[in-house]
Design a protein around this ligand. Structure first.
Ligand code: ATP
Length: 233
């Protein structure tokens, strides 16, 4: 579904991505793990089109989308749930969700809203409340729900477990597995490497802007170098 070829991206003179290549296969969960500042967020921002690329290519279903603006990528089926949730605090939960569907017809929006509420029933309970009043876990559910409102084929999830208690991390990752069952392809970026690799079909480890290891999720979980560097084992 997605093919990233030798991607480079810089902030001024700092090269944050130094030639990253990876693939995301249709129907799979692909995990991208790595430490602080390794380049995970930068890569996702390049994929959603909000960060400029200085070399390399991104292909989506075989088409070169490297120069496409973000809205065109959303229309093609790519949606991002950003790091730090970034929900619109003063707006209601429901309005946050509806914003995720701003490009879509009304009937479709209502359907997607019901699906988001089915996936995260707490959002239905709190639909009329300001998003700022939600707990961290609920805001994360809202950010994912909002990304799903555009009915993406590919969902880019940036650190959904960040700052959450273990029980909520489990709930969020269960939701990611449920999305896969629903046919959504997921690129999951996580610092919580063991949890992410455990649910991933395929995984990539990024170190200072380069892919250092890749393989199936299970293989990476058992790789001694990955275990020592990222899993604290
Ligand atoms: P984290 O998990 O901490 O978010 P990350 O793997 O997502 O880390 P990035 O945020 O992509 O890493 O950062 C990659 C590199 O780019 C780091 O060296 C970081 O300091 C640098 N960087 C990120 N954002 C900026 C920015 N706005 N200006 C300058 N440098 C930046």
């Amino acid at each position: 579904m997605l093919e990233v070829q030798e991607l480079q991206s810089a902030y001024g003179r700092i090269l944050a991505l130094k030639g990253v290549s990876l693939r995301v296969e249709t129907g799979e969960i692909t995990a991208l793990v790595g430490g602080n500042g390794a380049g995970k967020t930068t890569l996702l921002r390049c994929l959603s089109g909000v960060q400029s690329v200085s070399a390399g290519r991104v292909k989506f279903h075989g088409e070169d989308i490297t120069a496409w603006p973000p809205h065109r990528r959303v229309a093609a089926g790519i949606a991002q749930s950003p790091e730090g949730r970034q929900v619109f605090g003063p707006l209601s939960v429901e309005d946050n969700l509806r914003l995720g569907a701003f490009r879509r017809a009304r009937v479709e929006t209502e359907e997607s809203l019901e699906r988001a509420f089915e996936m995260f029933p707490i959002l239905k309970e709190k639909r009329a409340l300001a998003a700022a009043g939600l707990s961290g876990g609920q805001q994360q559910m809202l950010a994912i729900g909002r990304a799903l409102m555009s009915r993406p084929r590919l969902l880019l999830l940036d650190e959904p477990s960040m700052g959450l208690a273990p029980v909520l991390v489990e709930q969020i990752l269960d939701a990611v597995v449920a999305l896969k069952r629903d046919g959504v392809t997921v690129l999951l970026v996580e610092q919580n490497a063991s949890a992410a690799l455990a649910i991933a079909d395929r995984g990539y480890v990024i170190e200072t802007g380069r892919i250092a290891h890749h393989g199936s999720g299970v293989a990476l979980l058992h790789d001694p170098a990955v275990r020592a560097a990222y899993l604290g084992l």
